[in-house]
Design a protein around this ligand. Structure first.
Ligand SMILES: C[S@@+](CC[C@H](N)C(=O)[O-])C[C@H]1O[C@@H](n2cnc3c(N)ncnc32)[C@H](O)[C@@H]1O
Length: 425
């Protein structure tokens, strides 16, 4: 709750609120609550926030800037302003308009980054009405609201305040309707053409949880609603256990951004179009499951490809090999090779400089002969302790290369590689 706000005067949300029957009531509820956020969005909150934003760069600035602002503003406003200014610095990694948004610590940490949430909103295309049933501070809801009307439900009071403030600050009050409620209450009714989105909390009263059965809220009952609604989409951990989702009738979409695996989402209903999908951002490159014959295994050729983590996690290496016209260098490892360069957003690409039978002495001599004094040491399918191994190489020289400890169909090898940058679409 914001400073100076009298909880007594706040209207309560009716317990069994049925938005679909009464969307106007949701709008009215938002309007009645507006005064809460105006404090942060207008003087003196906004002036304090602007001052704090000009002064803070990192957590170390918190105390000195707070002390400075306290000379001009009440403690509560100064504290909120410095906290928000610091959140905005951190949030710039996730949101292009972070400098206008509001956050809570948990809300920011749990929020989906804009790159991924925009992709998801784009994929849904135009919808009549979307229900984000675990809206948090709005990481996903904001992207959805730029496409169409969103009812954004959040259980936590402080978080829903911030969500509301974001709707106002970003000019989305016409499409983003924030409501404080428990999504699991049985009074919910959804129109036929609605889309339901859930990003259940994985940090719960039990601490950090890993099983989908411990997520909050339990999303499984919502997946049954595809008989009535257009689609249900659920964000889950990219480390989700296959055995927990294999029985679900849905598409699973693994998403990476800038080569880092970010998340997975389960798509139920009409928007699901394949069983498994890997999406690579920012390129928006997508690979889906297809029935293919086993691809060939060959000796390494001129080039080596290390598939993006989303492709690996989705188990789509075979599809990538087929698409690029590559072969595997070993049946169980996800490393591909070709004699012609096949640049792709879906794989890091390397020129193969040398392939040596695995062995410390042989590798040390080859690196010395090539004047290689620094390496990026990687391993795939090797049990070697790379830190110890690298020290034992006693490197010296001006040149650099990537060394990969791995296996081919002929046995264990050390590969000397040169990364081909900008090979990505
Ligand atoms: C992972 S966060 C959502 C983050 C959000 N998608 C974003 O990008 O900002 C999950 C949110 O669900 C809320 N939540 C958990 N159980 C809920 C329930 N039964 N009803 C409504 N919200 C709930 C939590 O308070 C938390 O803010």
């Amino acid at each position: 709750m914001l400073p100076g706000v009298d909880a007594e005067k706040e209207p309560a949300l009716p317990g069994s609120f049925q938005y679909t029957d009464n969307l106007m009531a949701a709008v009215e509820y938002v309007m009645r609550h507006l005064y809460r956020y105006l404090q942060l969005l207008s003087d003196p909150g906004a002036a304090a926030l602007a001052q704090a934003a000009a002064l803070v760069r990192s957590d170390l600035d918190f105390l000195p800037v707070l002390q400075k602002l306290e000379r001009e503003y009440p403690h509560e406003i100064a504290r909120e302003a410095v906290s928000q200014a610091l959140f905005r610095v951190k949030a710039a990694r996730k949101f292009s308009q972070a400098d206008r948004m509001f956050f809570t610590k948990d809300g920011l940490e749990q929020a989906s980054g804009e790159l991924v949430s925009n992709y998801r909103a784009d994929r849904l295309g135009r919808f009549q009405l979307l229900f984000d049933l675990t809206a948090g501070i709005g990481g996903d809801a904001i992207s959805f609201a730029r496409k169409g009307p969103v009812v954004a439900v959040e259980r936590d009071e402080r978080t829903v305040d911030v969500l509301q403030a974001n709707s106002i600050a970003l000019g989305l009050t016409g499409t983003l309707f924030a409501i404080q409620a428990d999504s699991t209450i049985p009074a919910w009714r959804f129109p036929r053409d609605a889309v339901i989105f859930l990003d259940p909390a994985r940090r719960t009263s039990r601490g950090r949880v890993y099983s989908i059965h411990h997520y909050e809220p339990d999303f499984l009952p919502f997946t049954k609603l595809t008989e009535h609604v257009h689609s249900v989409v659920v964000k889950v951990s990219p480390a989700v256990r296959w055995q927990e989702i294999s029985g679900l009738s849905c598409e699973i979409n693994f998403i990476s951004a800038f080569g880092e695996l970010k998340e997975a989402a389960l798509w139920f209903g009409e928007s699901a179009s394949t069983a498994r999908r890997a999406t690579i951002l920012p390129q928006g490159w997508t690979l889906t499951e297809k029935a293919l014959q086993e691809e060939a295994v060959t000796d390494p050729g001129e080039f080596l490809y290390e598939p993006d983590p989303a492709v690996l996690r989705a188990g789509l290496v075979q599809q990538l090999a087929y698409q690029l016209g590559c072969t595997r260098i070993e049946p169980s490892l996800g490393l591909l090779t070709s004699n012609e360069l096949r640049p792709s957003a879906a794989a890091r690409c390397y020129r193969i400089l040398d392939v040596l039978p695995f062995g410390l002495k042989r590798l040390r001599k080859t690196l010395r002969d090539r004047g290689i004094g620094s390496i990026t040491l990687k391993k795939r399918g090797s049990a070697v302790d790379t830190e110890v191994f690298e020290k034992q190489l006693h490197l010296s020289g001006e040149n650099h290369c990537v060394v990969l400890l791995t296996r081919t169909r002929g046995g264990k090898v050390s590969m000397l590689l040169e990364e081909i940058r900008n090979s990505v679409d």
